[in-house]
Each structure stands twice: as C-alpha cells, then as structure tokens.
Design a protein around this ligand. Structure first.
Ligand code: SAM
Ligand code: SF4
Ligand code: SF4
Length: 331
C-alpha cells in the first residue's frame, strides 16, 4: 500500500537512528560543553523491533533505508540488523551515515550483510580544525581518510558529508573537493542547519548554496545534473572534466520540503515526520503493547495527516522553538 501526506508526498525513505550515543562531540550536533542523559536500554528499540517496524514501513511504500544515530557503528549487533533489514521485501537500498571511526572493523561485514552504501562525515582536512569541530581526539583527518579508503576497498560506494560553516571550514571547500574527486567519491556540502536547540545556530555562519557553487565554479567548472529520483535532497553537479560530481544540501537557503519523502525513526522508537519536529509518535509502545497492526494503523493516520514544511516556513514566528536534537534522529 502506498501512503501520501496532505501535500501528496509519498513515504519513500526511512531514516533509522539505532543509538543516541556518539563517540564524537561535534559542536553543531552534541556540543561538548553540555551533559547528556542517554536512553536507558529498555527504552531503546531492539534489533528485532527495528526490523519489524521497517517491515511495516516497507509494506506502506518505503523503499530506501538509511541507518544513522548518534553514531550507528556503536550499536551492538549492527551487522545482524543490516542482514535482517536487507531481507525485507520491498527494501531496495540500505545506506548508512557514520563518522567513520569504526569503519575499518565493520565495513567488510556490513557489506557482506547487505549494506549498499556508506556516507562518511568529514568537515576538515586540517588536524586542528578537525579536532575542534569533532570535539574528540580519538580520530583525525588522516584516520577518517583511511577509513574511507578502506570502505571503498571492500566495495562499498562512499559519499562524503561536509557541514560548511563560515569562518570555520569554508576555506576548505576546494581542498576537500579536490581530495575526493581524486578518490572518485561524491562530496556533499551541507548548509549548517538550525536542528535541535543546543547547537547555538547562527545564520551568519551559514554559507549559502549559491556561494558554494560560485566558489567551486572558479576552480572546477560544472553543470547541474538531473535528480536521480524525485525527493533527492542534494542538488547535484557534474564536473565538466568528467571527474565525477558533487552535491549541495541547501535546507536553509533553498528548502526542498515540496518533495520530502522521508520519515525518521528514533532509537527510542518514535516516528518523526520532519527533521525539525518537536515531538514524535511513539511506535515502540504501540508495538510492545498492541502489536504490528496498531503500528500500521497509526503510521497510516500520521502520514496521511502530515503537513510538515519547516524549512519553507523558517523564520516565521509561529514555528516551533523547541525541536528534537539531531543525535536522536540522525539528520
Ligand atoms: N554520527 C554520524 C555522522 O556524523 O555521520 C551519523 C549521525 S549525524 C547526526 C548525520 C549527519 O548530520 C552528519 O553528516 C552530520 O554532519 C550532520 N549534521 C549534524 N548536525 C548538523 C547541523 N546542525 N547542520 C547540518 N548538518 C548536521
Ligand atoms: Fe556524533 Fe554524528 Fe552528531 Fe558528530 S554529527 S556528534 S559524529 S552524531
Ligand atoms: Fe522534510 Fe521537514 Fe526538512 Fe522540510 S524541513 S525537507 S519537511 S525534514
């Protein structure tokens, strides 16, 4: 059964956060100067519950899954989970977003279990800037590059996510592109977003997509690429010299709510219909207390009533000030 919301947007993609823990403390997501209370284990979906919920989504038209976190590679049993998810009828693509730290250990078994692709987040090639941005000393640009190379060597297609912040890492736009063009990976620049309420978002630190394009064009001429599918979030651009492409996710300056086909499932089992939502719908309790049919009924009700378009309305007074934190739903 296919579900559509009030703007006729289908439920095509599901992002699943498998843990709220992370071994990094990126300032735009989990600032290091805060203390965090993590979910007790009993409140986190089990692997079997995640797979069961994903199956219900698939029966309602979901074709693509993205595993995220927190840091998803910290979740015990992740390889088993990927194997369960890849056997769900209707699921065509399973991707994972990671900070890369545990990829050396896990890339091969994850691929073997059915993972189709991986996205690695890397914001700087400068060790000092990397340390400042990631809030950790356990990784460096070199170790992250090695993890990326390793994932590629086991046959996983790799993309790179870079959150661009003015005055912080925007001077690395070209060097990052150069690095990954040479490796044959697509880099996607992400505008710094006002997710959650901890990250002290400041519009002056957003580098608009138009400016990123202009800066790239001065060095690497490119042309726009048609989206691979309706609802693709990144604007795509192909280098004219044939050396691959790059993307820009411009949630702040060029919102794409009109084609937003994504649902998000938190580690706690709540369904969020928007990255900027305040509250989620508790599917875990429904599943545990009433079973899969009650979840399916709720999913249909929630998606059919969905009217989210936060990024298009950003700045309006009536928009929520309190929002779910990024490490709960994973971007
Ligand atoms: N821990 C994994 C990682 O960092 O790749 C997965 C979860 S992380 C929340 C998912 C993506 O969201 C990362 O690429 C991260 O850079 C991005 N992100 C986090 N906070 C952001 C913000 N405020 N604005 C834009 N992107 C953000
Ligand atoms: Fe962790 Fe990813 Fe958030 Fe950074 S962006 S703190 S790596 S969850
Ligand atoms: Fe989708 Fe919400 Fe982002 Fe708009 S703001 S694209 S509805 S997640």
């Amino acid at each position: 059964m296919k579900l559509h919301d009030i703007f006729q947007r289908p439920l095509r993609d599901l992002r699943i956060s498998v843990t709220d823990h992370c071994n990094f403390r990126c300032g735009y997501c989990m600032p290091a100067d805060r203390t965090y209370t993590f979910l007790p284990k009993s409140q986190v979906l089990t692997l079997e519950e995640i797979a069961e919920l994903a199956g219900i989504f698939a029966a309602h038209g979901t074709r693509k899954l993205r595993i995220t976190g927190g840091e998803p590679l910290l979740r015990r049993g992740l390889v088993d989970l990927i194997a369960m998810l890849s056997s769900i009828p209707g699921i065509e693509d399973i991707a994972l977003t990671t900070n890369g730290f545990a990829l050396k250990r896990l890339a091969a078994p994850l691929k073997e279990a059915g993972l189709n692709r991986v996205t690695v987040s890397l914001d700087s090639l400068d060790p000092a800037v990397f340390a400042e941005l990631s809030g950790t000393k356990i990784a460096t640009p070199a170790s992250t590059l090695a993890a990326i190379d390793h994932a590629a060597s086991v046959g996983l297609p790799v993309k790179i996510n870079t959150v661009v912040q003015r005055g912080v890492n925007d001077n690395e736009i070209i060097s990052l592109l150069e690095t990954f063009r040479e490796r044959g990976h697509t880099l996607r620049f992400i505008e710094f977003m006002d997710v959650g309420s901890l990250n002290r978002w400041d519009r002056t630190r957003v580098v608009p997509a138009v400016e990123i394009r202009e800066r790239v064009a001065e060095v690497f001429p490119f042309e726009p690429v048609e989206p691979a599918y309706h609802g693709e979030v990144a604007g795509r651009f192909r280098f004219l010299d044939g050396k691959g492409e790059f993307g820009i996710i411009s949630s702040v300056t060029q919102p794409f709510c009109g084609s937003c086909n994504r649902a998000r499932l938190s580690a706690e089992g709540k369904l969020y219909t928007c990255l900027f939502a305040k509250d989620g719908h508790d599917l875990k309790t429904l599943l545990r207390e009433q079973g899969p049919q009650a979840v399916a009924d709720s999913l249909r009700r929630v998606w059919r009533a969905r009217d989210d378009r936060y990024s298009e309305l950003r700045g309006r007074e009536d928009q929520p000030k309190e929002k779910v934190e990024m490490f709960h739903i994973g971007g």
